[in-house]
Design a protein around this ligand. Structure first.
Ligand SMILES: *Cc1c(COP(=O)(O)O)cnc(C)c1O
Ligand SMILES: [Zn+2]
Length: 396
């Protein structure tokens, strides 16, 4: 393990979440296995790749996460694929990280877990803690969490702590709490063990498709884009693939510290005090994993893209109406970013491109109802007339 801040290096130790010297973020560096091959693997989902996931686990807390479909576009572009992470057990990719982090917590005999969240980490942490039979606290920005996500945490039985302020305020509180009170295990993505689960997105893409040219990822706290890049990188090291796709990060206009820095060619982002976007899952002004994300983007020869809320909602609707796939607004940023990348000639339409659709549309019912649809109050006796009018175009 290596500290990103002070460069301190130590042998892999599952107890370590932050640097024991300076409290900085740690990176887990996995020794490449000899004779690794996908054909020897058994099972499905995240734990299919257990050989590539460091740590030792007394018991595995799993709800069959991962093994999500890679759906080929049928009406937007035949070279475009959607990795639909919305089909994980709680409806987002967070489950891939949570199975590893909660299994770690249980193996280390923790009885209590905590997570700050814009909603999906909370839903996932609540479910996995419930499955493990341990207590969970979640810290949410009050009034800023999509209804489906809040409802999940209520159902799974977490203690819900709501703060006045943004996700960043909640995140700071959890980080401080963990530093002061070591008996509560943190499930945010500053916990590098979570990213070890999330990297399996890369493994599944390679097993099914081979190496795409581009992978486009919505970026919030910025752990996932790094985790996926790390997965590709580890496959290069074991000799399964010989190149890494370009990692392209997408952020929303009102919450784009990393993308702004990349676009301006700056090495460090300017954090944003009051981030705002309809894509609540990535409504983050101070991404804790920014160093890791910048590295993934730069070392893969990728870039970053900024999209507006109206482009996000348009993309969400296009994805639903052209492909039949329902993704939450944060996930739709990947498609909005793809359209922009094609337009700006960052990506060619002939290149094989995978969009990471991070979460399910049912997470955020309010956003779905913003899509325009005809809703007509009818007298049942007039339905026939209305349908014929619609079909013949006279009511349009
Ligand atoms: C968490 C989340 C993201 C952002 O992932 P990071 O690792 O924080 O960058 C994007 N979309 C959805 C739906 C999420 O839940
Ligand atoms: Zn350090």
């Amino acid at each position: 393990m290596k500290c990103l801040s002070c460069q301190y290096e130590m042998p892999i130790d599952q107890h370590q979440i932050l640097c024991p010297k300076c409290g900085g973020l740690m990176e887990i560096i996995v020794e490449p296995l000899k004779d690794f091959s996908f054909s020897k693997l058994r099972g499905k989902g995240v734990w299919r790749y257990k050989e590539l996931i460091p740590g030792s686990y007394k018991s595995i807390v799993s709800i069959n996460e991962g093994n999500t479909p890679l759906i080929k576009s049928s009406n937007i572009n035949g070279n475009l694929y959607f990795k639909f992470e919305g089909l994980n057990p709680t409806g987002s990719f967070k489950d891939r990280g949570m199975t590893v982090a909660v299994s770690s917590a249980v193996s280390l005999d923790y009885k209590t877990v905590i997570a700050a969240s814009t909603g999906n980490t909370a839903a996932s942490a609540s479910a996995y803690a419930a499955r493990a039979g341990i207590k969970s606290f979640i810290v949410l920005p009050k009034g800023k969490v999509a209804l489906g996500k809040l409802a999940q945490s209520i159902l799974y039985g977490s203690v819900i702590l709501e703060v006045d302020g943004s996700f960043d305020v909640a995140m700071d509180a959890v980080m401080k709490l963990y530093k002061d009170l070591k008996i509560v295990y943190p499930l945010n993505s500053f916990n590098p063990w979570r990213l070890e689960g999330q990297k399996t997105i890369a493994f599944e893409i390679i097993e099914e498709l081979g190496v795409p040219d581009n992978v486009i990822v919505p970026v919030g706290n910025a752990g996932n884009i790094y985790a996926i890049w790390k997965g590709f990188n580890e496959l290069v090291k074991v000799g399964v693939i010989d190149r890494i796709p370009r990692m392209i990060g997408v952020q929303a206009e009102g919450a784009s510290p990393i993308a702004s820095a990349i676009i301006k060619g700056k090495d460090t982002p300017d954090f944003i005090e009051n981030p705002d976007t309809i894509a609540t899952a990535i409504r983050i002004g101070k991404p804790v994993n920014w160093q890791k994300a910048v590295r993934a983007i730069k070392e893969s020869g990728g870039t970053a893209i900024i999209v507006s809320d109206s482009e996000i909602l348009d993309a969400q609707k296009t994805l639903a109406r052209k492909e039949g796939i329902g993704a939450e607004p944060a996930s739709a940023t990947a498609l909005a970013g793809y359209f922009k990348a094609i337009n700006d000639k960052i990506v060619d339409k002939d290149e094989k491109t995978v969009l990471i659709l991070t979460g399910h549309s049912l997470k955020d019912p309010d956003s779905m109802t913003k899509a325009d649809a005809k809703r007509i109050l009818v007298n049942p006796l007039h339905i026939e007339k209305i349908i014929l009018g619609e079909i013949n175009g006279s009511n349009s």
